[in-house]
Ligand binder design. Structure first.
Ligand code: SAM
Length: 294
């Protein structure tokens, strides 16, 4: 059987979810008119349910910002003070083999749920990104680019035993070798003063106005997600984020007239996401050209 476009996007009605020992697995937000759905779910269980419903793929693009397995007793600098790295239970390492298996578990499901020409972006530091790249090769995905997200304002390295960490990598890959991926070359060139966009992107960490409803410990800047979305999708395309956190991907999608499905485990981050999503949906419905103000 071939891939066929399914017309009805009504995830809360069509995706069958059951609570489990990991998560309530429930729909937390359902706005068919705006094309936005947020699920409080374990992403592996959620994607298994999606794959049953859409065995030939459903999403045009996936952005995944998975746990980086950083919270293991190290130190960092926060607001000028030395603090322990502790982003939450979800960020603890289980050792290289189990960490790699987890990456294979969620990435293989992302690959299945992408449309044939869909692409995935995965962000990470050295703690996970080599494993992500290897897993992509094991799964037969086609790596398209590796973006270096350079942070112009990183926190200092207090131990003075390493260089100051000031970049993350975002790997962009297609579902497989046959995929005819979407790349909005002209749009990217235009955004870069009429020169080809390079793979090093200098983008500041999220500013205070992106955290008015509260903080997520690993929130991504809206500018990074907007560039990713504008580069690799078209209006009305469906974007998925399996680790949506505070739903930065959703905000960027709505601002740019794309549809969004998000999945997040933690109750507090679902609450934060709802505030952010509702704010941007309201602004866009009052004035569809207000995206610059968001
Ligand atoms: C790196 S953060 C994502 C931050 C997000 N990009 C943002 O801008 O807010 C990863 C998120 O994945 C969530 N998470 C961890 N394991 C998960 C799982 N198995 N299923 C769904 N979400 C998970 C965590 O609670 C955390 O909010």
């Amino acid at each position: 059987m071939q891939y066929q476009e399914t017309e009805v996007d009504d995830f809360s009605a069509t995706v069958v979810l059951k609570s489990s020992e990991y998560s309530p697995n429930r729909c937390a937000y359902d706005n068919k008119k705006a094309g936005v759905w947020l699920f409080q779910a374990d992403c592996i269980e959620f994607m298994d349910a999606l794959i049953k419903q859409y065995p030939f793929g459903k999403f045009d693009m996936i952005f995944a910002d998975p746990p980086y397995f950083l919270s293991n007793g190290g130190i960092t600098c926060h607001a000028g003070k030395m603090v322990k790295v502790d982003k939450g239970k979800w960020d603890k390492s289980n050792g290289p083999e189990l960490n790699h298996q987890f990456i294979l578990d969620w990435l293989s499901r992302c690959q299945k749920i992408l449309k044939p020409n869909g692409t995935i972006w995965v962000s990470g530091t050295h703690h996970v990104i080599y494993s992500v790249g290897y897993a992509m090769q094991q799964l037969g995905m086609k790596i398209l680019n590796d973006i270096t997200w350079e942070k112009p304002n990183p926190p200092p390295n207090l131990s003075c035993r390493y260089f100051t960490h000031s970049a993350e990598t975002v790997i962009w890959a297609a579902k497989n070798e046959k995929s005819k991926h979407c790349f909005n070359y002209e749009k990217m060139r235009e955004a870069n003063n009429d020169k080809q966009m390079k793979t090093v992107w200098n983008i500041k960490a999220p500013a205070g106005n992106e955290k008015v409803f509260g903080k997520h410990p690993t929130q991504k800047p809206l500018q990074l997600l907007e560039r990713i979305i504008l580069a690799s999708t078209n209006e009305d395309n469906l974007v998925f984020d399996p680790f949506s956190g505070s739903s930065t991907t959703g905000i960027a999608a709505i601002k740019n007239k794309r549809k969004f499905v998000g999945c997040e485990l933690e109750t507090d981050f679902i609450a934060l996401s709802l505030k952010r999503l509702e704010m941007v949906i309201n602004k866009m419905s009052e004035n569809p050209d207000s995206s610059r103000e968001i």
